[in-house]
Design a binder for this molecule. Structure first.
Ligand SMILES: *[C@@H]1O[C@H](CO)[C@@H](O)[C@H](O)[C@H]1NC(C)=O
Ligand SMILES: *[C@@H]1O[C@H](CO)[C@@H](O)[C@H](O)[C@H]1NC(C)=O
Length: 235
């Protein structure tokens, strides 16, 4: 019967069609690949990590991997187990260790050393770079004599920051209580040496408190210099 043949042909086409739609990469295969991920370190403390007595110590170590990596640390080549130190705690979701030293009467010097973080799962172990924990007393500015400048309008002037030296890297900022952000212009600029340069003083530059701040990037420590007053006069 021709009608019967037509139905067969239609069924056949449908089955080819549906088989065509069914061609896919089995999802199980791609999933299995995703499950297998050896650890990679994604964040760690800086190579030279300087801390001051006013800081807690944060030995950062984060890694990704599947299954989630487990962490361990060494200090100067031997196992460092934070669970043996009542002041130290490892973050539950990463390998970061926070050592609460401030207000504990504990010297940060006890924690000097070269640290290394290991993140492992069944597919491998990632090792952080060496983290050299350096301790310093909090930097202080030397006393300076000049606290006030009196200048003529149109003169130039350099306000020196002379930030104290430290192993820790810092950012220098100048502020006044009136100007939270000293606008850099063709007249006023901050040099790479941290000094503030005025090329052509105006009367409105007269302020009581030009203050240099050093913000230490590895820590939350910001120190400030004694303010410098500036009075610009016209003759
Ligand atoms: C870390 O300190 C050492 C010794 O002072 C120095 O040689 C090295 O360049 C420093 N590394 C970085 C990244 O600053
Ligand atoms: C652990 O680390 C995460 C990510 O850095 C942070 O959000 C969380 O507050 C930390 N937990 C503890 C208990 O410190």
């Amino acid at each position: 019967m021709p009608g019967f043949k037509r139905v067969l042909l239609l069924l056949c086409l449908l089955s080819v069609c549906s088989r065509g739609q069914g061609i896919r990469i089995p999802p199980r295969y791609t999933l299995r690949e995703e499950w297998k991920q050896p650890p990679i370190i994604t964040e760690q403390a800086p190579e030279n990590y300087t801390v001051f007595p006013t800081d807690d110590i944060v030995l950062k170590c984060e890694a990704k991997g599947l299954p989630a990596p487990e962490y361990r640390w060494t200090r100067d080549g031997t196992v460092y187990d934070p669970s043996l130190d009542p002041r130290a705690a490892m973050n539950a979701s990463s390998g970061t260790i926070v050592i609460a030293t401030t207000g504990n009467g504990v010297s940060i010097r006890n924690y000097r050393g070269v640290y290394r973080c290991y993140a492992s799962n069944e597919y491998g172990t990632a090792i952080s770079s060496k983290i050299n924990l350096i301790t310093e007393s909090t930097p202080k500015w030397r006393k300076e004599h000049v606290r006030k400048f009196v200048k003529e309008a149109g003169e130039s002037l350099v306000l020196r920051c002379n930030s104290p030296s430290s192993m820790a890297s810092s950012m220098i900022l100048w502020r006044t209580s009136k100007l939270s952000d000293l606008q850099v212009s063709d007249r006023v600029s901050q040099g790479l040496d941290g000094n503030l340069y005025f090329s052509n003083l105006l009367v409105e530059d007269s302020l009581e408190d030009y203050t240099c701040y050093a913000s230490f990037t590895d820590t939350r420590t910001i120190i400030q210099k004694e303010p410098i007053a500036l009075q610009v006069t016209t003759s």
